[in-house]
Design a protein around this ligand. Structure first.
Ligand SMILES: [Zn+2]
Ligand SMILES: [Zn+2]
Length: 106
C-alpha cells in the first residue's frame, strides 16, 4: 500500500522581504504600500520621500501601510504580471513618477 501523501502546506505564500535600499538598516515590521507597490520595513518606510511628506500619491490616494496578510490577498485578486523583472520595471517606473510628482507619459 502506498503511504498516504499529505499535500505540502506552505507556511506563508512567500517570505516577505523589504524592497528598500539593500544596504539600509532594516528594522521593525514589514508593510506594503499600495501607492509605491513596495514592501517596506518601518525604517525604509520613513525613508521614502512620499511617506515623509505625509503621504498622498499623484492619484490623491494616501500611502497607507497595508498589512502583508492583506497584500497577499490582493495579489491573488489582482494576479500581478509574470516575471520578477517585469515587476521590478513596473516598480521603477512607478517610483520615478511618484518621487518627482510627474505624470506618466502615456
Ligand atoms: Zn527596509
Ligand atoms: Zn508609498
Amino acid at each position: 500500500m502506498p503511504p498516504s501523501r499529505s499535500l505540502p502546506i506552505p507556511a506563508s505564500p512567500s517570505p516577505a522581504e523589504c524592497d528598500g535600499q539593500p544596504d539600509a538598516r532594516h528594522g521593525g515590521d514589514l508593510w506594503y504600500c499600495m501607492n509605491c507597490a513596495y514592501i517596506l520595513c518601518d525604517v525604509c518606510w520613513e525613508a521614502q520621500p512620499p511617506h515623509r511628506r505625509g503621504g498622498r500619491g499623484r492619484s490623491g490616494l494616501p500611502h497607507e501601510k497595508v498589512d502583508l496578510q492583506k497584500k497577499s490577498v490582493l495579489d491573488a485578486a489582482l494576479r500581478l504580471p509574470g516575471t520578477k523583472e517585469e515587476l521590478d520595471q513596473l516598480h521603477a517606473d512607478d517610483i520615478e513618477t511618484t518621487w518627482f510628482g510627474m505624470q506618466p507619459r502615456s
